[in-house]
Ligand binder design. Structure first.
Ligand code: ADP
Ligand code: ZN
Length: 606
């Protein structure tokens, strides 16, 4: 334990460990297999990097993200950790150099892509290099039940045969209980330590709104966070390009990022964001894995993502520094249909599975339960808190429909008239008056409730049904999720009890209906504002950092993070010891940059 804390302090400058990091590291040191599920930003990398430093064997890190490996390795090297990577981007000379290094035992950590294992001779190389542990990053990629299955990951099932003495440690940010089980089975983990972190991120303020105009929606939130870092996710590349261009025209320091751009352009954008030259990235899902900008103050979804796994991961990139951040999701019923058609077009083998994930995402948007709770429970954790205090539902900022009870009665009538034998989708079809085959087959188009909510759309109605379920007015039963009316529901039908239904997000887009007067404002971050002097010093330190970065030809964040600079500007250390006590500064950083930053602080004092 002491040795661990010591190496973490010396190499990374961290003064403590985060939740479950110690347990994960202990498993690695004990050479016990493990599955570590921590939310994005939870600090997974440290869980395998720190033990690797204390081991005399090689730790092999398997990651699908080739484009990030160089960066990860550079960062380790800048902390004095011997590390290397092997992937298709290396030329023959470099590959030979690294392979020789592995065979000689030069490295503590070796990063490789999963497809490496298919290459001849690789296993022998790792044997020669005394590979003692494997860390599998993004381990959910091995499972079909996840949202990001990758064929290459299948081969990793052989690791246990090939290296019977090595321990295998799986890491992921997103794994439902079913995916977890699958990871353990596929990787054939032996009696693994199962470490599942807390997915509740109280500093993230979640909110869902119906989309009006994507540009204006986004701008409103950007304006509430002047100069702060943010990410905006869109579904399609064309949407990314258009929104980024519009924002630039509105003088927002924005940049586009998607898979249609070439590697260089993407790397440049990523670096400029990391260096603070770009504030807002407009991106498709391609952006974000491994982004190490901890001070992202907002993540906007300009449209609904395709699964809660995606949403959790993408929105989780906000506020990794623990400071308040806003996660706002804008959606419309069109998003569901767009995803559905994209999925059909992609001819995915797991189409049904993916549609289920999509439906769960959709009901998050339209349902009326606490957002935090919904996310936490989705990932298999029980919710033992009361209202979260950090979402639109719990803070009561959602507009309540004035005619809630009447609306609920209409929905309940449709459930009753169809005999309490059908699921939400069918009941919604009846209410909007859609003559589907099923509606015709059961003669439900002749019911008095047919077309009773003809002016509303089906997604909104399903959302209200979700809300009624949350209030125990309706319940879903059995395999077919058939809707039943509860005792409370009967009371509502007889007007002896009330229902509260909110429009899914502020009602601005609810066609033709009255606009709700009070849209919830995006409140400013609750952090204590730095004094003017601190802010001035912070700016000077940033300039110093930029100069140091330029001299070395590395991105600015590789020198020191914003958070560390902010701490320096606030605490104004006068000695090397005081500087070393600041989070983010270890002995290596101290050696390299200590003098420069101490003199900048001193100059500000004079
Ligand atoms: P994940 O891979 O789980 O998303 P990372 O490993 O990228 O998370 O870590 C997220 C951020 O937290 C990084 O900036 C990292 O430097 C920081 N971090 C990790 N562990 C600690 C710790 N014990 N103390 C302070 N900062 C930490
Ligand atoms: Zn809540």
């Amino acid at each position: 334990m002491d040795r661990l804390l010591d190496v973490v302090q010396r190499t990374w400058g961290y003064t403590g460990l985060r939740s479950l990091q110690l347990e994960a590291m202990t498993a690695a040191l004990d050479r016990r297999d493990s599955l570590v599920v921590l939310p994005t930003g939870g600090g997974k990398s440290l869980c395998y990097q720190a033990p690797a430093l204390l081991s005399d064997q090689l730790t092999v890190v398997v990651s699908p993200l080739i484009s990030l490996m160089k960066d990860q390795v550079d960062r380790l090297l800048s902390r004095g950790v011997p590390a290397a990577f092997l992937n298709s981007s290396l030329d023959t000379a470099d590959r030979n150099r690294v392979q020789a290094g592995v065979a000689r035992g030069d490295y503590k950590l070796l990063f490789v892509a999963p497809e490496r294992f298919a290459a001849g001779g690789f296993t022998r190389l790792l044997e020669a290099g005394k590979a003692g542990a494997f860390a599998i990053d993004e381990a959910h990629c091995i499972s079909h039940w996840g949202h990001d299955f990758r064929e290459e990951y299948r081969d990793l099932g052989q690791l246990k045969d090939l290296f019977p003495d090595a321990s295998v440690h799986a890491f992921t940010a997103t794994a439902t209980p079913r995916v977890r089980k699958d990871i353990i089975e596929q990787l054939r983990l032996k009696d693994p330590a199962l470490l599942v972190g807390d997915f509740f991120r109280p500093n993230l303020r979640y909110r869902v709104e119906r989309r009006g105009d994507a540009f204006e929606d986004a701008l409103k939130i950007i304006r509430a966070h002047p100069g702060a870092a943010g990410i905006i996710y869109c579904i399609r590349r064309a949407d990314v390009d258009e929104l980024a261009a519009d924002l630039k025209r509105a003088r927002v320091r924005a940049a586009a990022y998607h898979a249609g751009m070439d590697d260089d352009a993407r790397t440049r954008t990523q670096d400029r964001f990391a260096a603070g030259e770009v504030d807002v990235i407009v991106a498709t899902v391609a952006f974000g894995m491994g982004i190490d900008r901890a001070d992202v103050r907002f993540v906007i979804h300009a449209a609904m993502p395709q699964s809660l796994e995606h949403y959790q991961q993408e929105s989780g990139r906000a506020g990794r520094d623990g400071q308040p951040a806003d996660c706002v999701l804008f959606h419309s019923g069109q998003d569901y249909r767009l995803w559905e058609s994209l999925m059909k077009k992609s001819e995915a083998a797991d189409l049904d599975e993916r549609k289920k994930l999509l439906s769960a995402m959709y009901s998050y948007c339209t349902g009326g339960g606490c957002r935090h709770r919904r996310l936490v429970e989705y990932f298999g954790q029980a919710w033992s808190r009361g209202p979260c205090g950090a979402c639109d539902v719990c803070s009561g900022s959602l507009a309540v429909r004035p005619d809630s009870t009447v609306l609920a009665q209409k929905i309940l009538s449709a459930v009753a008239r169809t005999g309490q034998r059908f699921g939400a989708a069918h009941v919604a079809d009846v209410l909007v008056g859609k003559k589907t085959d099923k509606v015709a087959q059961y003669g439900h188009d002749t019911l008095s409730t047919f077309g009773l909510l003809a002016g509303d759309d089906k997604p909104a109605i399903i959302g209200w049904i979700d809300q009624l379920e949350a209030q125990e007015i309706l319940l879903r039963e059995g395999e077919y999720r058939v809707l039943k009316i509860t005792g409370q529901g009967n009371a509502v039908l007889r007007s002896q009890a009330e229902a509260v239904l909110h429009v899914a997000g502020p009602a601005k887009a609810a066609r033709g209906k009255a606009k709700t007067p009070d849209e919830p404002p995006v409140d400013a971050p609750e952090e204590v504002a730095p004094s003017a002097d601190d802010a001035a010093l912070f700016e000077q330190l940033r300039q110093l950092r930029r100069r140091l970065a330029e001299e070395r030809g590395v991105p600015a964040y590789m020198i020191l993070s914003d958070k560390t600079l902010r701490l320096i500007s606030k605490q104004r250390p006068a000695t090397r010891e005081a500087l070393l006590a600041i989070s983010g500064i270890g002995t290596i950083k101290l050696q390299e940059f200590g003098k420069a930053f101490l003199s900048a602080v001193k100059a500000a004092r004079e």
